[in-house]
Design a protein around this ligand. Structure first.
Ligand code: 5RP
Length: 247
């Protein structure tokens, strides 16, 4: 049975709380985007306000940056040499090898940038996100507006029915990323070779970033009801409570 929205919200919070246990004083954090990341930022903010944690962070979207600022989490601007001890972020889909689809919240470019500059990417998700094969969730692309027609043609040839994202359902306004680019959601249904597809997408001019995150995540925390399991590539799922530190 698929969990309802309130159960999913609880699962997201459980995954977020499990991640917070591994945040240490002095860490520089990359803060993710989306509802699961918001749950994490809220819990982090509570810990900072209570004086239990001293950390700094950089956010992967303006929305997460605003939330972190409201909660009093000290923020660091991008600068040369900046690297993060830990990135905590959600995902739209992940498989057992921790290959991810991200960008459902439109923040894939900043997410890719900050997570590539992180020593450890920890993914936090509810029970619906783990899939045997990627592709049911439409793969997001961030696209330079001028390039849109050619990108649509190229993606269609690769088998992913492209759809330009609108600002919201029923709107006639196009969605704009934090960089003022467009988002194209590509319906592949099944992505049988994510590495090959990523390579093909990277060769299409006008795609600023694509939503396959391969080889970046070190571990995922997957909440199922109140239980949170750690998933790592090639290893059996293990209860998160068994790890005092990052797995
Ligand atoms: C934003 C993302 C999010 O991590 C992804 O959409 C998951 O969101 P949620 O935690 O709300 O399910 O990639 O660009």
């Amino acid at each position: 049975m698929t969990p309802d929205q309130s159960q999913l919200a609880l699962e997201k919070r459980h995954a977020a709380a499990a991640a917070l246990r591994w945040v240490r004083d002095g860490m520089l954090l990359s803060l993710g985007t989306g509802s699961t990341s918001a749950a994490f930022i809220n819990l982090l903010g509570e810990a900072v306000q209570a004086g239990k944690l001293r950390v700094q962070g950089t956010a992967t979207s303006l929305a997460s940056e605003n939330l972190a600022r409201q909660l009093g989490i000290p923020l660091v601007e991008p600068c040369r040499g900046l690297r993060f001890d830990l990135a905590v972020d959600g995902a739209d889909e992940l498989d057992g090898q921790l290959r991810l689809i991200k960008g459902g919240g439109g923040a894939l470019l900043r997410e890719k940038l900050l997570e590539t500059a992180s020593d450890y990417l920890l993914v936090i998700v509810d029970s619906t996100k783990l899939v045997p094969q990627l592709g049911r969730f439409p793969l997001p692309l961030e696209v330079v507006p001028f390039a849109l027609p050619w990108v649509m043609d190229a993606v269609e040839k690769l088998g992913g029915a492209p759809q330009v994202r609108m600002a919201h359902t029923g709107s006639d306004q196009l969605y704009r990323s934090d960089q003022n680019n467009l988002l194209v959601d590509c319906y592949f249904n099944v992505i049988s070779d994510p590495e090959h597809l990523m390579h093909q997408l990277q060769n299409i001019p006008g795609i600023v970033e694509q939503g396959l995150f391969l080889g970046l995540a070190k571990a995922a925390l997957i909440a199922n009801g109140e239980e949170v399991q750690v998933i790592r590539p090639g290893q059996a799922p293990t209860p998160a409570s068994e790890f005092a530190d990052l797995p």
